[in-house]
Design a protein around this ligand. Structure first.
Ligand SMILES: [Cu+2]
Length: 195
């Protein structure tokens, strides 16, 4: 293989690895933009709210808060977490059991999956109701972001997040591997409680 051929091959591999990011970006643009047009009116006062106080699992450092707020058919997920390695990317899901009592977070069970479908990417059905975008830490090792989904609910309905948990994983979710995107051990867990 010539030097140039090798370079092309490496570039192709890089593109494949980034495909998930590109997909996320597209969704952020198409779904997320609605927020900037009406953040205050859409998210200001009414709507069911549930919050998870996220605590690190044993030997880990990630902690913070995740808020779910419903407005009509849209749920905004607001994420404020710290304690990551700068620039790292992590799988992030709603898991089925509101139980973070075990040291490794496994007490939260598998992904919240009321429809009994395969794991996948949050923007390409079918996917678990609990499938959410990967989180990417900033240069301080923090995540401050929000996004919107239309397949969860807060306080009622078959996809109600209240009484479930959020789990942050060590590795990025590949949005393909079953049943959990090969995202590795659980760095942090928080029971989602309706306010
Ligand atoms: Cu998970």
């Amino acid at each position: 293989m010539s030097r140039n051929t090798m370079r092309v091959a490496l570039l192709a591999a890089g593109c494949a690895a980034l495909a998930g990011c590109q997909t996320m970006h597209d969704t952020a643009d198409s779904v997320g933009t609605a927020v900037s047009n009406g953040w205050n009116s859409l998210w200001g006062s009414s709507g069911n709210v549930a919050v998870a106080e996220v605590k690190p699992t044993q030997g880990n450092t990630v902690s913070g808060k995740v808020e779910f707020k419903q407005s009509g058919s849209v749920v905004r997920v607001k994420v404020d977490l710290a304690g990551f390695s700068p620039g790292s990317m992590h799988g992030f899901h709603v898991h089925e059991r509101g139980d973070c009592s075990s040291a490794d977070g496994m007490s939260a069970g598998g992904h919240f999956n009321p429809e009994g479908v395969a794991h996948g990417s949050f923007d390409h059905p079918p996917h678990h109701a609990g499938d959410l975008p990967n989180l990417t830490a900033d240069d301080k090792g923090q995540v401050h972001t929000s996004f919107e989904v239309t397949y969860l609910s807060v306080g009622s309905g078959g996809s109600d997040v209240a009484g479930r948990s959020v789990v942050v994983h060590r590795d990025a979710d590949d949005f393909k591997s079953q049943p959990a995107g090969n995202s590795g051990p659980r760095l942090a867990c928080g029971v989602i409680v309706e306010k």
